[in-house]
Write a protein that binds this ligand. Sequence first.
Ligand code: ASP
Length: 340
Amino acid sequence: MIKNCCMISTWKMSLLGMKRAAPLLKRNVPVHEAILMAVKTVEDDPAISSVGYGGLPNLNGEVELDAAYMNGDTLGFGGVMSVKNIKNPIEVAFDLSHYQRNCLLSDIGATRYAQSKGFAFQNMLSPESKKRYDQTDKMRDSEMLEAYKEHDTVCVIGMDHRRSMACGVSTSGLFLKMPGRVGDSPIIGSGLYADSEVGCAAATGVGEDIMKGCLSFSIVEKMRNGMDPQTACETALQQHLQRFCDAITAAEASPSLQWTAMEMQELPLHYPLSRSLSPIKTFPPSFMLLPTSVEKSPSFSRIRVGLTAIAATNQSVKPSRGTFLLYLLFFSFFCSIFLS
Ligand code: ASP
């Protein structure tokens, strides 16, 4: 059953977290433990300037964090918005996901809840993030909150040996955002969506653009209607861009970004992206060649305005035409060897 486990996450920043989390799934722990481990590792790392400790400060110089967790079995979700000084917002979000009501809390309410449950607190402004804030021209830069300018979200999707799926996200949001500004990340359906009967999706990019089309939900719905994760990500991003996104002239993607995907037999995996105007298809070779992997392949798609989506499915999907042709090629190759 181990072959069913999978994790996919955004960016190289989650590599250490994924290295710690993936073996947990291998040992058959429930998916939430792996997701919490991966996201918490990113939150705790001061070198990652867009998530957790050392995150990007808002206009007032405070680190204000958003995080959410969704359980694909129960559709239960929890989230915290605009919280300050909670050491691991993802833990509080996960805790809240057990409730049917009052599961999405903001600012003071979320803080009081976290205090009452004994979650750890600390000053989340690291010396480096303070220095960066002090050295920035606030008036100029706060007017230019745009795609891939000083922000990013860690999104982690996982599936365990019981085929339970879940998703966790955490971010400090946009650098120099207005105090109280909430992005897509803690908004269920926009920043993340999980349904173990279908699959999960999560998004990163400018939250205001993502929320216009409930990007993650729209990807999961496309998978529900039979699309494989890659096609669902691409289609949703393209539709989204055409209809909702006014950021088409925004900065192009940085060519050096990398994404991290983990499959249980092969860790860790990194894939450099090339500069492109269209969504980029980058699969590890094993996903292309092994039917079991294709069936449950995590997918990734990115569009030039800086919107990114990752997705993984729990249902059998038909291999894409390219993969099918590849199978055909291999099949004919083996047949010719066999017959000769
Ligand atoms: N989506 C996040 C926000 O708008 C930021 C990001 O993912 O880059 O807060």
